[in-house]
Ligand binder design. Sequence first.
Ligand code: NAP
Length: 336
Amino acid sequence: AWARGRTVNARPRVFATRNLPGGALARLAQRVSLEVWPDPGAPAREALAAGARDAEGLLCLLTDRIDAALIKGCPRLRVISSCSVGLDHVDMEAATRRGIPVGYTPGVLAETTADLAFALLLAAARRIVEADGFLRQGRWTWERRWDPDGFLGRDVYGATLGVIGLGAIGRAVAARARGFGMRVLGWSRSLRELEGVEPVELSELLAEAQFVSVHVALTPETRGLLDAAALARMREDAILVNTARGGIVDEAALAAALRGGRLAAAALDVFAREPLDTASPLLDAPNLVLTPHIGSASVATRSRMAELAVENLVAGLEGRAMPRCANPDFADFAAG
Ligand code: NAP
């Protein structure tokens, strides 16, 4: 609406902490006054606080810590939209107390992340990375051109997979496992009856499964869920895959279990602290495949995430319900 002599609906100011793939930000720039963090990589904390200070909308990623202090330092902030499904980087309580709806991007990346979980499972089972290195290092000699006991791995077909957390990604992994002829055990906080998934207690899953794939969200209850005691319950021939969040698995205990031969192999896409410290015990552990948090990294999925994050942001700024709002009681949030 126009008031005499001045604009009362000036374009809302939005700070985006990173350029995003696809055309979503270009479309956003037509509707809001958009400032995008110009440097490659994530802004440091001070730069994030400075960029967000006068913003009404904040478009962030999981690399941006949106804590109570940051929110407090942004008096005009009305909407937060994170281009991620995990929200452990956002202080949801602080946002909700301020009446700020927080958008996120569930649903659009489940299949892509499940693909990576399965790629890691197969890579660890069949020692793909180790074999690739062997060939590239010129160690594939004439005498060893076909070794009867070279690179013996584990069969995926016919093996038992335990899925920890039967959310969207856990279920998508279970579906892939059935296609590979695996028996699937599943544990989830809330009892879920799923076709082809045998519901079991966590302790039973850990004791029985030859492959364990982690898909719970990181919360105070799931932090350290796979600690030394839980890892000790696993079979010695088991392979652990984590594409959820690093804090769920005790990294020192995992490195020790791999070194001691108490676990056959593991594959991790996520770490308690990212980037992984160059002094991490994981880097010297045997039979471990590591990727740098690339679960959702496909061309199509990253642009779909950006689209949804922008839709959430615009809806919030216009006082409409966000397509995907994470605050439990904000389903019908209208900024008014
Ligand atoms: P989702 O559909 O929301 O599922 C979350 C799962 O976590 C559900 O099984 C849920 O149990 C469980 N959970 C939540 N709080 C819990 C608690 N306090 N105790 C025990 N279980 C709890 O999410 P999703 O799309 O499957 O994603 C799962 C996680 O994967 C995300 O939170 C994110 O951290 C991670 N992720 C990683 C990547 C990557 O790049 N590597 C990409 C996407 C997601 P209920 O079913 O009982 O609620």
